[in-house]
Write a protein that binds this ligand. Structure first.
Ligand SMILES: NC(=O)c1ccc[n+]([C@@H]2O[C@H](COP(=O)([O-])OP(=O)(O)OC[C@H]3O[C@@H](n4cnc5c(N)ncnc54)[C@H](OP(=O)(O)O)[C@@H]3O)[C@@H](O)[C@H]2O)c1
Length: 253
C-alpha cells in the first residue's frame, strides 16, 4: 500500500482518448508513469494524441475501436496486451449524445446508439478487462456525469445511461471486489469539449449552468484527469464503488 499517486509500470486503456477529457486523462496517466493505450473510432485523432505523449517521453499505442462493437473491444485488449502486457487499468470515457430535446421525443435509432456506446461499451470493456485475467491492483474508472445524478432536461436518455453507469459501478465494485478489482466513477459537470459545445457556445445555456456552480465557471478537460489518475493508482487501494463528483460545486436542487 502507498500514498503515492503513481502509475509506474502499469498499462492503462483509455477509451474516447482522441480529444477532450479522455485525451487529458491519457496524458496525465502517462505523466504518472503508465503505458497508455488510446482508443476511439478514428485513428487520425488518436495518432495526434499518441505523438503528444511520445514527444513528452511517454509510451502510447493508438488503436481504432468502436466501443459498441464487442469484436473491436476484444481486438483492443489483444492489441494492448501485445504492446504492453496485462492491462492494469481501464477508463471507460467514450460516450455519445446524439439527441438534444425532450426525453420522450427521441427516435429509436438515437436511443439505441446512446445505449450501445454509453452502456454496452463500458460493460463489454469491463468483461474483457476481467477475462484477461486482470492483474493485481486492477482498477476501472467509468466517466459518468452529473446528468446521471440529477434531472437532465434535454439530455434525458444520456442522463439515464449515466445513472445506469453509476449503478453498474456500485454493483461491479461488489462483484469484483473479492478478486481485488476496484470500480469507481467520476461525474463531471460542464466541461469545455466538443461534446458540450451546444451548451458552452450558447450564452444562455452556459450561463444557466455556470450560475449554479460555486466556482462560477465551467471546467477545462484537464481538471477531470487528476481524479482518474488517483482512482487508478494504489493510493486509492481502499476506494471502490464510489462516484467522485467534479462539478465546481453545482447546486442540485
Ligand atoms: N464535456 C462535458 O461537459 C461532460 C460532462 C459530463 C460528462 N462528460 C463525459 O465525459 C466523457 C468524455 O466526453 P468529452 O466531453 O471529452 O467528449 P469529446 O471531446 O467529444 O470526446 C469524445 C471521445 O469519445 C470518442 N467516441 C465517441 N464515440 C465513440 C465510440 N462509439 N467508440 C469509441 N470512441 C468513441 C471520440 O472519438 P471518435 O470520434 O474518434 O470516436 C472522442 O475521443 C463522456 O463520457 C461524457 O459523457 C462530459
Amino acid at each position: 500500500m502507498t500514498s503515492e499517486i503513481s502509475l509506474a509500470g502499469k498499462c492503462i486503456i483509455v477509451t474516447g482518448a482522441s480529444r477532450g477529457i479522455g485525451e487529458e486523462i491519457a496524458v496525465a496517466a502517462s505523466r504518472a508513469g503508465a503505458s497508455v493505450v488510446l482508443a476511439s473510432r478514428r485513428q487520425e485523432g488518436l495518432d495526434v494524441v499518441a505523438e503528444r505523449i511520445a514527444e513528452a517521453g511517454g509510451k502510447a499505442r493508438a488503436v481504432a475501436c468502436h466501443v459498441g462493437k464487442p469484436a473491436e473491444v476484444a481486438a483492443l485488449f489483444a492489441a494492448a496486451r501485445e504492446a504492453f502486457g496485462p492491462v492494469h487499468g481501464l477508463v471507460n470515457n467514450a460516450a455519445t449524445n446524439p439527441y438534444f430535446g425532450p426525453l420522450l421525443g427521441i427516435e429509436e435509432a438515437a436511443f439505441d446508439k446512446t445505449i450501445e456506446v454509453n452502456l454496452k461499451g463500458p460493460m463489454t470493456a469491463i468483461q474483457a478487462f476481467v477475462e484477461q485475467p486482470a492483474p493485481p491492483g486492477a482498477a476501472v474508472v467509468n466517466i459518468a456525469s452529473i446528468a446521471g445524478i440529477q434531472a437532465a432536461p434535454l439530455q434525458g436518455v444520456y442522463g439515464m445511461t449515466k445513472a445506469a453507469l453509476i449503478s453498474m459501478t456500485k454493483t461491479l465494485a461488489h462483484e469484483l471486489g473479492p478478486a481485488g478489482i476496484r470500480v469507481n466513477a467520476i461525474a463531471p459537470g460542464l466541461v469545455e469539449t466538443r461534446f458540450a459545445a451546444t451548451i458552452v457556445e450558447s450564452d444562455e445555456l452556459r450561463d444557466h449552468v455556470v450560475s449554479r456552480t460555486a466556482l462560477g465557471r465551467h471546467a477545462q478537460p484537464d481538471e477531470i484527469a487528476g481524479a482518474a489518475v488517483y482512482l487508478l493508482s494504489e493510493a486509492a487501494s481502499y476506494v471502490t464503488g464510489q462516484t467522485i463528483v467534479i462539478d465546481g460545486g453545482t447546486i442540485t436542487s
